[in-house]
Design a protein around this ligand. Structure first.
Ligand code: HEC
Ligand code: HEC
Ligand code: HEC
Ligand code: HEC
Ligand code: HEC
Length: 386
């Protein structure tokens, strides 16, 4: 009896513990590490010994192998399918989209990350992020720019998954150095949502994006619905974004759009109509990190009938200005914000510029819906989304 109770307790405990740490690395070391890049005299990783004694590179470990769909045989979320996904979104790609198209369709269909694309022999302007402004995001907690500055003009490398010239982890170390320990330290669910206790902890940041907040969907949005999905963090602030010499600080450095701004700074900062103290519409660049206005077409986001506000759209999602404890379908104008990921995927998509929908289908006064019309509800013929 006592034994049964203990067994039940242990089982329960593992469920409880498992809840907070659902995605932390498990399994034998040798599944992922090789001590000498050699086994029975044969080389384990033909491309040479990897950093952190891993038996595969970043991207090789996150690529479709014998297993496709959401995760591969390592149990790692797949960001590069080798079988063509039939589109983007639920049950086709994970949240970030996919590197399939940048490999198979063309450069503008994704971020040209080393490993996905062959390393560039010489660094050209095409390797520099559009809107790159080194001063746009100074003063990061992890300070981002130290290593980049050494390169003079600033941007001196092809993009990498992580580190100084990458998106994941910190900018103050190269490649794997930027995400050190994150895999074994991965916290998700409410831990990430509350990722405030230790902002220097990459494993505790949204998807290893250092210092970025959000609520992680346990399935990386693979089966996303209006109710079940990642909750991205946004802000409602048109000002204080290193807009000019006047505003030298950022109001909020934890939003998903700030992550993009670390490389595409100008697209997040010089958005308002003049460069004095006034911010707001008329805009000069499409705004991100401002709340949907409570009046006009925006207050009817994803409307079903042209009158009331609709529910969360997985095609043109909004960010939350407070990260909720669980994801939901309710959208509130005046609070929920537009973000870079309202229109873009982070890794790549089947559309040029990593867009979430076909831009040429967005015809003013026409009968198409979705995409831009999810927010600009009065610009098509019907005034409704569906
Ligand atoms: C499912 C894959 C996987 C397994 C299993 C695994 N690791 Fe790792 N480990 C990684 C990855 C990926 C990294 C590098 C990225 C990072 O640091 O987050 C890493 C990094 C490390 C590091 C360097 C970073 C740090 O935390 O200091 C150490 C040490 C390490 N692993 C030890 C181990 C040991 C010991 C085992 C077995 C008990 C093990 N790992 C099992 C994937 C794995
Ligand atoms: C040896 C295999 C392996 C390598 C190498 C590896 N990963 Fe992972 N990664 C995994 C596994 C397994 C998971 C799923 C478990 C988890 O979420 O921690 C994962 C999860 C992740 C996640 C999702 C974390 C979350 O919050 O759900 C990110 C982001 C990530 N890896 C980025 C990277 C980056 C960037 C690199 C290279 C610098 C890398 N990985 C290298 C195996 C690997
Ligand atoms: C670490 C730097 C970095 C970050 C962070 C970053 N990007 Fe980029 N981005 C680049 C670089 C470099 C290019 C140009 C070369 C390429 O496509 O890889 C680029 C290109 C792009 C393009 C144009 C694609 C093309 O090839 O024409 C889009 C769209 C884009 N990024 C969107 C985003 C969004 C959205 C985010 C945030 C989720 C983001 N980027 C975050 C570095 C970055
Ligand atoms: C309202 C939708 C929308 C939002 C929000 C948005 N973008 Fe874009 N972005 C686009 C479209 C559409 C394009 C394609 C080019 C065009 O039509 O201007 C584009 C193009 C780009 C490019 C490629 C530019 C080039 O020179 O090829 C980058 C980089 C980019 N966006 C980054 C960002 C970043 C970073 C954010 C957030 C700060 C962001 N975008 C927010 C819709 C958006
Ligand atoms: C997630 C919601 C959302 C999506 C999707 C969206 N927008 Fe916007 N857009 C906004 C908001 C919010 C504003 C600023 C409204 C304000 O301040 O009055 C705006 C402003 C604009 C403006 C400038 C209006 C002004 O008052 O200066 C244009 C033009 C525009 N959007 C075009 C587009 C196009 C084209 C697309 C599709 C590529 C698009 N938007 C997609 C939310 C969105």
């Amino acid at each position: 009896m006592r034994k049964t109770l203990i067994t039940v307790f242990v089982a329960l405990l593992s469920v409880i513990l498992g809840y907070g740490y659902a995605n932390a690395i498990t399994g034998q070391c040798s599944n992922c590490h090789t001590m000498h890049n050699s086994q029975n005299g044969s080389t384990v990783d033909a491309s040479g010994p990897s950093q952190r004694l891993l038996n595969a590179s970043c991207i090789a470990c996150h690529k479709e192998d014998t297993t496709g769909g959401k995760t591969n045989s390592f149990g790692a979320p797949i960001v590069w399918h080798t079988t063509a996904p039939t589109g983007q979104g639920a049950s086709k790609t994970n949240a970030g989209g996919d590197f399939y198209w940048v490999v198979n369709t063309g450069d503008s269909y994704g971020h040209n990350v080393v490993g996905v694309k062959a390393p560039d022999a010489t660094i050209t302007p095409a390797d520099t992020p559009p809107g790159w402004d080194q001063t746009a995001t100074t003063g990061l907690t992890f300070d981002s720019k130290t290593l980049q500055v050494t390169g003079g003009a600033g941007w001196t490398s092809q993009l990498t998954c992580a580190g100084t010239f990458g998106c994941h982890g910190t900018r103050n170390a190269v490649d794997f150095g930027g995400i050190q320990g994150a895999h074994h330290n991965n916290l998700n669910g409410t831990a990430t949502q509350a990722n405030l206790a230790n902002t220097t902890n990459v494993g505790n940041s949204f998807r290893f994006l250092a210092n970025i907040y959000g609520l992680e969907d346990a399935n990386w949005n693979w089966a996303e619905t209006a109710t079940t999905h990642n909750e991205y963090y946004g802000a409602n602030s048109a000002s204080n974004r290193n807009y000019d010499a006047v505003a030298t600080t950022y109001t909020n450095k934890n939003t998903i759009s700030f992550l993009c701004a670390e490389c595409h700074g100008l697209f997040h900062s010089k958005i308002a109509h003049d460069n004095a103290y006034a911010y707001g519409d008329p805009w000069r660049r499409h705004p991100s990190d401002i709340a949907l206005p409570t009046s006009g077409e925006y207050a009817k986001y994803n409307t079903a009938d042209g009158s009331a506000i609709g529910t969360y759209s997985v095609e043109a999602p909004i960010a939350r200005t407070t990260v909720p404890a669980s994801s939901g379908s309710t959208v509130t104008a005046g609070t929920d914000a537009i973000m870079c990921l309202s229109c873009h995927r982070a890794h790549g998509s089947n559309q040029a510029d990593l867009l979430r929908w076909t831009y040429t289908d967005m015809v003013a006064g026409g009968t198409n819906s979705g995409g831009c019309f999810v927010c600009h509800t009065e610009k098509n013929a019907t005034g409704t989304n569906p």
